[in-house]
Design a protein around this ligand. Sequence first.
Ligand SMILES: *Cc1c(COP(=O)(O)O)cnc(C)c1O
Length: 427
Amino acid sequence: MSRNRSNYFSKACKVIPGGVNSPVRAWKSVGGQPVFVSHANGSKIYDVSGKEYIDYVLSWGPMILGHAHSKVSKAICSKAMKGTSFGAPTEAETQMAELISEAIPSMELIRLTSSGTEATMTAIRLARGYTGRNLIAKFDGCYHGHNDSLLIKAGSGVATFGIPGSPGIPAEIAGLTLNLPYNDIDALKTTIEAYGPKLAAIIVEPVAGNMGVVPPQKGFLNKLRKLTAKYGIILIFDEVITGFRFTFGGYQNLIGIKPDLTCLGKIIGGGMPVGAVGGKKEIMEKLSPAGNIYQAGTLSGNPLAMSAGLTTLNILKTRKTTFSSLDRKTGRLLTEIKNLFVSKGIAVCINQVHSMFTIFFQPGPVYDLSAAQKSDTAMFACFFHGMLKNGIWLAPSQLEAGFLSFAHTEKDIDKTIDACSKTLKNL
Ligand SMILES: *Cc1c(COP(=O)(O)O)cnc(C)c1O
């Protein structure tokens, strides 16, 4: 099996940089070679040798209904028979925008893209075009896609690999992005008081998911909304992960805060490439062709992506009340895991927000990037490999989120607890 595995990877490395098409898929921070996937179904993912795993990565968030949900797959297949891209408007795009706008009322007008990266890129351009200001601010450890302006002290692969920004981003561009520590109201106040009238936008993950899961502390997002409003700064909620993960809507619905712009992706594509940016009509109307701020995409609003996304959202809509069951399942899993660590005498800090979680290998609390980076990544790597051996598929980095889907059963949870118990015996 292992020969098989390395064969796939070494072949890939000959034609793809690092053998993967997105850096987080590599196992750089945990060691070893990435397992190649053959297929997935429900809560399970299968490698090329046929081994089954319970999947807590879920394609990094999108697969909230589980893999290959029969209704979603059927919708994609029947659409595919009728043509896969037209480069002209379709009714499904309107339906998608209507559904999103109904679920997240702050998104009055919506532009669909093919990725979350495009959505955040467009949000930044819109904010700059609308305000006539150049500076933006982001929070350390938040990841907003790989745009030049936003790849500064970012989370996800950037945090995992410990790089502050990226070569290839001109200092002149990086210099327009201010960095703030997450959850630090004082730093936020000082920065806004100093730069407020020059700031076009502040972008934030309302629940951070790319430095591991880090919830916003009480008052943080409220203060952010108040201060940005006071200085005419566009507040952008990046809900690419959190959109439709906790409720039929965004995290903003749960906390009652209205950002000016919101970015979505992941779940709204049902496993197909999608992103969306939306918000206040008077800002969104500046977007071409209604306005003169340019943005475009050959495959934007693609029919297959719309059918997968619409089917997923319509199923979630009928599940309005059962999001809490997903939260409870996650809670049980993490309580049991915590107990196992306690009895083994290993200090961990488990952050959970609904069906998202991270087990940080440190006593905690973890409230920002520098706190998250204090984790024992070597011990995490051992845990990761142990869990994998025992049939549990986790993200190959300490600084990432785990997710549950509606397809995860109580039996899956039991099996995962059992795998954790076995893994801890050898840790
Ligand atoms: C995944 C992610 C993005 C980028 O989305 P892509 O579709 O990968 O371009 C942006 N923001 C957040 C919060 C994300 O988790």
